[in-house]
Design a protein around this ligand. Structure first.
Ligand SMILES: C[S@@+](CC[C@H](N)C(=O)[O-])C[C@H]1O[C@@H](n2cnc3c(N)ncnc32)[C@H](O)[C@@H]1O
Length: 290
């Protein structure tokens, strides 16, 4: 049997806000292991349809068996191209959409994917291993200034200039190829404060950059008003402030287009946070198309 480790975040809250009805057409932009897609597909039933995307073919391979027999079309694609994907599928308007951003636990726990600073692996971090520059490419080729800006902006690391300087000094003699190598340099450069490993922020910054995560989110959010029918619902689950800020301004600050379905972002309760550490930073925002 396939080992499934990712636990869907805020499943009941997401379903309640999206309120999928029998016969409706939904998009799940981030299929992952298919937890949310499964619940949506059961709600829309055999007369409805769920188009579920993931840019990581390995995740689709895990989601497929879980979703077998349900009205789900799996697509290996980046959600930034959603308008073209829907046009190709002959879909002109959708009733609802979910984007559960970031990565699955399964991607991070596989050292071969290069997301983890706790286990050694190649310094890769691409969610789609067939596209784009790896984290190693960025670390070994960006100018010191560009690296510092990236670490500051996407990692919110205050010592970004210092980290970039040390990276550039070190790579002159030996380019970075592994996660452990980079994590060790960061730990030697930035003193630990509290329980958070200093490598966390630098790794987050590189992951966001390697996958152009914020660019893809901006393109998706800009396309939504043209894709969702009047009365349709959209939900986005984000995991850091750089994402949530964008979601807030696209869905909660455009009253002529979107009616927010909650006053504040929905967060996981203590029980879910205890059971699923990933839920601790999750913020769910949902809105109805006017
Ligand atoms: C948090 S997981 C989704 C988990 C899923 N909701 C579930 O219940 O199992 C995020 C997934 O989105 C995918 N992803 C991230 N950015 C993407 C993008 N721009 N386009 C398509 N898939 C993306 C990742 O590969 C990952 O599998």
């Amino acid at each position: 049997m396939t080992k499934v480790t990712h636990v869907s975040v805020l499943p009941a809250e997401t379903l309640a806000l999206l309120a999928p009805q029998s016969g409706e057409v939904f998009v799940d932009c981030t299929a992952g292991l298919g937890g949310h897609a499964l619940a949506i597909a059961q709600a829309v039933g055999p007369t409805g349809r769920v188009i579920a995307l993931d840019q990581d073919a390995a995740m689709l391979a895990l989601a497929g068996p879980r979703l077998a027999g349900l009205p789900v079309t799996l697509l290996h694609a980046n959600f930034e191209s959603l308008p073209e994907l829907l046009a190709n599928a002959g879909v002109t308007r959708i009733d609802g959409l979910l984007a559960d951003l970031g990565f699955c636990s399964d991607q991070v726990s596989d050292p071969a994917r290069g997301f983890s600073f706790q286990a050694d692996g190649p310094l890769d971090m691409r969610l789609n291993p067939d596209a784009g520059a790896t984290a190693a490419d960025l670390v070994n080729t960006l100018s010191e200034g560009a690296l510092a800006d990236l670490i500051f902006e996407y990692g919110e690391e205050r010592k970004s200039r210092w980290v970039a300087k040390r990276i550039v000094e070190r790579r002159a003699t030996k380019p970075f190829t592994t996660t452990a190598d980079l994590a060790e340099l960061v730990r030697r450069t930035v003193p630990r404060s509290g329980s958070i490993d200093p490598a966390t922020r630098v790794f987050q910054a590189l992951r966001i950059a390697a996958n152009d995560e914020l660019g893809a989110l901006d393109r998706l959010l800009a396309a939504l008003p043209g894709l969702v029918r009047q009365g349709g619902r959209v939900a986005v689950i984000s995991f850091h402030s750089l994402e949530d800020r964008r979601v807030k301004s696209a869905l909660f600050k455009v009253p002529e287009v979107w009616h927010p379905l909650s006053k504040k972002p929905v967060e996981a309760g203590p029980e879910e946070q205890a059971r699923n550490p990933r839920a601790r930073s999750a913020k769910l925002r949902a809105a109805r198309r006017l």
